[in-house]
Write a protein that binds this ligand. Structure first.
Ligand SMILES: N[C@@H](CCC(=O)N[C@@H](CS)C(=O)NCC(=O)O)C(=O)O
Length: 251
């Protein structure tokens, strides 16, 4: 039976980390809120948020339904899916480390979100623009280098080679790092213009993931929603500008 992914239609958002895993593995899945018909559409998603699958009610999308099982939280969904899709390391030590990396990516994604919504998720970006500028500058000068430097070190330290974050095969962590890399490049093209030189292993990993046949086919398909200013990675030139200035001050 096909997996059912529940996520807001029209954006890559956090759902994209799950889509990439399903697509890379060639797994059958339904992107429920993007479909029409009985049991499909946004109504099917909100029905579950409102308790239709109680007691297994998720707090927020994305969530995945696999028959009777409902899994919420990106890192938890990927932890559930990865072994079934052949995208998890086999050794326990590596699997646990991979999950830690996935949770670290969750933290990073929350910080990316906060660059455009530093005060309140429920307010418009336009209502928190001043704070967003300050937050984006701090993110780009301090936090992004710390996260990306960490992931670069993880790749360099991988005893199986720096082509993958963990072990010697593609995992959901590699796919998520690809999404982070391309998402940051979309949101902050000025700030990340020289990032490939600073983080060469991450750049090589992103290129390799993009070339994986199933991923390449997905990226070229209509199923890959273009980045836009409703998702996690948003391009607001004024935030990228602030970041470039902050970066210059530091050096
Ligand atoms: N930590 C959660 C975050 C989930 C989340 O924030 N989902 C967003 C969409 S990307 C949402 O709809 N949140 C509603 C809310 O927080 O009220 C995850 O990684 O899945």
């Amino acid at each position: 039976m096909a997996y059912e992914l529940f996520y807001w239609p029209g954006i890559q958002g956090r759902g994209e980390f799950v889509r990439l895993a399903l697509e890379a593995a060639g797994a059958p899945y339904v992107d429920v809120a993007r479909e029409r018909g009985a049991g499909r559409g946004v109504a099917a998603l909100t029905a579950i948020l409102e308790g239709r699958a109680a007691p297994f009610t998720p707090f927020a999308p994305p969530f995945l339904r696999d028959g009777e099982i409902i899994v919420s939280q990106v890192a938890n969904i990927l932890d559930y899916l990865a072994p079934k899709l052949g995208l998890a390391p086999r050794q326990e030590a590596r699997r646990v480390f991979a999950h830690g990396l996935q949770l670290t990516i969750t933290d990073l994604v929350a910080e990316v979100h906060d660059t455009h919504h530093p005060i309140a998720t429920d307010l418009y970006y336009e209502d928190q623009k001043k704070e967003a500028k300050a937050r984006a500058a701090a993110f780009l000068s301090e936090r992004a280098p710390k996260y990306l430097g960490y992931f670069e070190r993880v790749l360099a330290d991988n005893p199986a080679g720096k082509a993958h974050a963990v072990g010697d095969k593609l995992t959901t962590v590699d796919l998520s790092l690809f999404q982070v890399r391309v998402g940051l490049a979309y949101a902050f093209p000025r700030a990340f213009a020289g990032a490939d030189k600073l983080y060469p292993a991450l750049a090589a990993l992103a290129a390799k993931v993009a070339a994986q046949p199933n991923v390449a086919a997905y990226l070229a398909s209509e199923r890959r929603i273009p980045f836009n200013e409703s998702g996690i990675f948003r391009h607001y030139p004024e935030l990228d500008q602030a970041a470039a200035k902050a970066g210059r001050r530091k050096s």
